[in-house]
Design a protein around this ligand. Structure first.
Ligand SMILES: [Zn+2]
Length: 170
């Protein structure tokens, strides 16, 4: 190798004026271009090999209320956990359930005590309604939302797509 060329110029920066430097730089550019092409091909292959589930990493698993009947009441034992999962406020969901079920509800040590006997499927249906109205974006259905106050109107704002949708005050 020619001793004068110890550091080949960086790709895209042809500084040398003699033919040899230019030759190196051109070669390097080509080499880089091939590397980039190979890299892109590799990425494409890797992408195609990924299972579809992994690509949809924002997939949100909807939590479910776990309940059982105890005497004349229904207990939702995982209430606090579910609320935490949907990043909601306990009092909002309690208000919603109270309105929908039209029975007194008390909250105690992370559990919810509902007056009356309700099936788990019944409660989860009401809960799904709550998610649809107050948690999931009305446009893209993603859960990355928050409820904000917009000129006195409660609005569900999506952080993922930016959509806003007015919601009923609880
Ligand atoms: Zn959205």
């Amino acid at each position: 190798m020619d001793a004068n060329i110890t550091v080949p110029p960086k790709a895209g920066h042809v500084r040398g004026v003699n033919g040899r430097n230019r030759f190196w730089a051109t070669n390097l550019n080509l080499f880089d271009a091939i590397l980039v092409m190979e890299y892109e091909k590799m990425l494409e292959r890797a992408y195609m090999l990924l299972p579809k589930e992994a690509l949809n990493k924002e997939r949100f698993e909807l939590p479910e209320l776990e309940s059982h009947i105890q005497g004349t009441k229904t207990v939702i034992k995982n209430f606090s956990g579910v609320v935490k999962k949907i990043k909601g406020a306990e009092k909002d969901l309690i208000k919603f359930l109270t309105n929908e079920l039209a029975v007194p509800i008390t909250f105690n040590e992370g559990q919810l005590l509902i007056s009356g006997k309700f099936l788990s499927t019944q409660l989860n249906k009401v809960f799904q309604n709550y998610l649809g109205q107050y948690v999931l974006c009305h446009e893209c259905k993603k859960p990355d939302t928050k409820i904000i106050d917009m000129h006195g109107v409660k609005v569900l704002k999506c952080d993922a797509c930016g959509a806003t949708h007015p919601v009923k005050r609880l």
